[in-house]
Structures are given as structure tokens and as C-alpha cells.
Design a protein around this ligand. Structure first.
Ligand SMILES: C[S@@+](CC[C@H](N)C(=O)[O-])C[C@H]1O[C@@H](n2cnc3c(N)ncnc32)[C@H](O)[C@@H]1O
Length: 254
């Protein structure tokens, strides 16, 4: 997970954690609750939740993201660990997760969901937002078309992301000891600012693995072509909106 560039994430991709603040309202944190922020990144939302007086533990598998989170918020506990095997010493009242769990491939999803359950109290809640079915389809198709046209093998998005439907995700949760109280799939067109540079930042933090079959001396040319294509597909009134689809869920451990 060393691919995460913590500085670039905070400077250019801040809108991810800004949007995540909407999810904090759904979490409705209370004073003295124990809450895990899973896939906490550089800790901005962890800190936002801590304002409620809850005790927060931020968990993330990326050493660079955890290091930056610790530097920014030294009073909060941050642990470098994977969603599939993190362990905290007390059971949590809630596990919160924004824009992180879709980085776990489908075959590992059940393991993560079971591990989250095992770290929750009975009645404790999972409040999460992930990319939902159809997320960033135009971005992925632009990359696939460009990489294939240049004669290289495209990387299947299922090897990178898991973007579930309501039916898939709710079923997985119900099968693994949760009661699903809310599951909502919705389009959230997300403005990419700074024109081509905004897209370059997006690709370098989130999409670089899609170019792994392109030799390094050709990568920047192919990336530029893919970005031009996606900008064509995503342009509206001289602005650019990534075709984000989100899935939000509130589920309780039974
Ligand atoms: C887009 S960032 C979101 C960070 C933060 N939640 C926010 O809203 O700003 C995704 C984060 O998920 C983390 N992540 C991805 N896969 C993970 C896994 N299997 N276990 C723990 N963290 C993971 C990444 O390291 C990264 O920090």
C-alpha cells in the first residue's frame, strides 16, 4: 500500500474527506463511545469525529497515511493494520469507514466484514461509504480503451476495486451476523478541479495500477491520452465531474 501519497492526498484530493464529513452525521458519534475509523487515511475525518468526545482509533494499512495522520493529530491513536485482520483490545461501539473498503478485492470482502464484526460490541454499528456498482465507469472505460488501443493488456477493475450493488453488500452483511438498517446507492458527480492537473493527481493516487502493463517509458504518454479521453466523457459546461456512485450502509452486529 506504499502507493498512497499522503501529501498529495491532503492537498489535491481533499474532497474525498470533505464528502466523508456527511457520513459523520449518519454515524452520530456520542461522547465516550469507542469508535474505529477504518481506512482512516491521514486522519482528517477521525479528528472530526473526535470532536464529539468519542474515543477514536484510526486504522489504515498504508504506512505513509498513518505516519501523516500521527503527525497531524498526535493526541489520537492510529494503528497501521489491515481491515481484514486489525484487532483492538476492547470491542467498539462503532466502526466508521469512508472511501476505503472498496480497495479490498471481492474475495477478501467477507473476511473484512467478519473482522469488523468481531471488533464490534453486540448492537454496535458499522457506518460505511464505498464506491457502489457503476462507480467511475467512464474513468475506467477511458483507461481500458486507451491501454488496449496502444496494444497492452488492460487491468480488470475487479483486480483493484470492489463496487457492490445494494443486493450484494446487504446480503454479505446479513450472512455475516449484521442487521442492515440502511443501504443507499446514489450518483454523486464529483467535481475534479484544476483541469488536466486534477486528473493527473487522481490517476497518480487512485488509478496508477491500471497502467501496470504499460512499460514505464510509455506510461506518461498513455496516461495523458487516457486523461484526454476521460475529460471528454466527463465535461459539462466547461467543468469536469467524475462519475462517482456511492453506496452508504448502516448495519448493526446482531
Ligand atoms: C481514499 S482513502 C480514504 C481515507 C479517509 N477515510 C478519508 O475519507 O479521507 C482510502 C484509504 O483506505 C486505506 N485502505 C485501503 N485498503 C485498506 C485495507 N485493506 N485496510 C485498511 N486500510 C485500507 C488506504 O490506505 C487509504 O488511506
Amino acid at each position: 500500500m506504499s502507493r498512497w501519497n499522503a501529501h498529495l492526498y491532503d492537498v489535491s484530493l481533499k474532497y474525498i474527506s470533505d464528502y466523508g464529513k456527511e457520513l459523520v452525521a449518519l454515524l452520530n458519534p456520542k461522547k465516550d463511545e469507542l469508535i474505529v475509523d477504518l481506512g482512516c487515511g491521514t486522519g482528517s475525518i477521525t479528528n472530526e469525529i473526535a470532536v464529539s468526545g468519542a474515543k477514536l482509533i484510526g486504522v489504515d494499512s498504508s504506512p505513509s497515511m498513518i505516519q501523516r495522520a500521527k503527525e497531524k493529530f498526535p493526541k489520537i491513536e492510529f494503528i497501521e493494520a489491515n481491515a481484514t485482520d486489525f484487532q483492538i483490545s476492547q470491542k467498539a461501539d462503532a466502526v466508521f469507514s469512508n472511501a476505503a473498503l472498496h480497495w479490498i478485492v471481492a474475495e477478501q470482502q467477507e473476511i473484512a466484514i467478519q473482522n469488523i464484526r468481531d471488533n464490534l460490541k453486540v448492537g454496535g454499528r458499522l457506518v460505511a461509504e464505498v464506491g457502489g456498482k457503476g462507480n467511475i465507469q467512464k474513468i475506467i472505460s477511458s483507461i481500458d480503451e486507451t491501454v488496449s488501443a496502444a496494444g497492452f493488456d488492460k487491468v480488470s477493475f475487479e483486480d483493484v476495486f470492489y463496487f457492490p450493488s445494494i443486493g450484494e453488500y446487504a446480503t454479505l452483511l446479513e450472512k455475516n451476523g449484521y442487521k442492515v438498517e440502511m443501504c443507499h446507492l446514489f450518483d454523486r458527480p464529483t467535481a475534479i478541479l484544476n483541469g488536466i492537473n486534477g486528473f493527473k493527481d487522481w490517476v497518480s493516487v487512485f488509478g496508477i495500477s491500471f497502467f501496470q502493463n504499460v512499460p514505464s517509458d510509455k506510461q506518461s504518454e498513455i496516461i495523458d491520452k487516457a486523461i484526454k479521453l476521460m475529460m471528454n466523457k466527463l465535461e459539462k459546461d466547461d467543468r469536469y465531474f467524475a462519475d462517482y456512485v456511492r453506496l452508504r450502509v448502516i448495519a448493526r452486529k446482531i
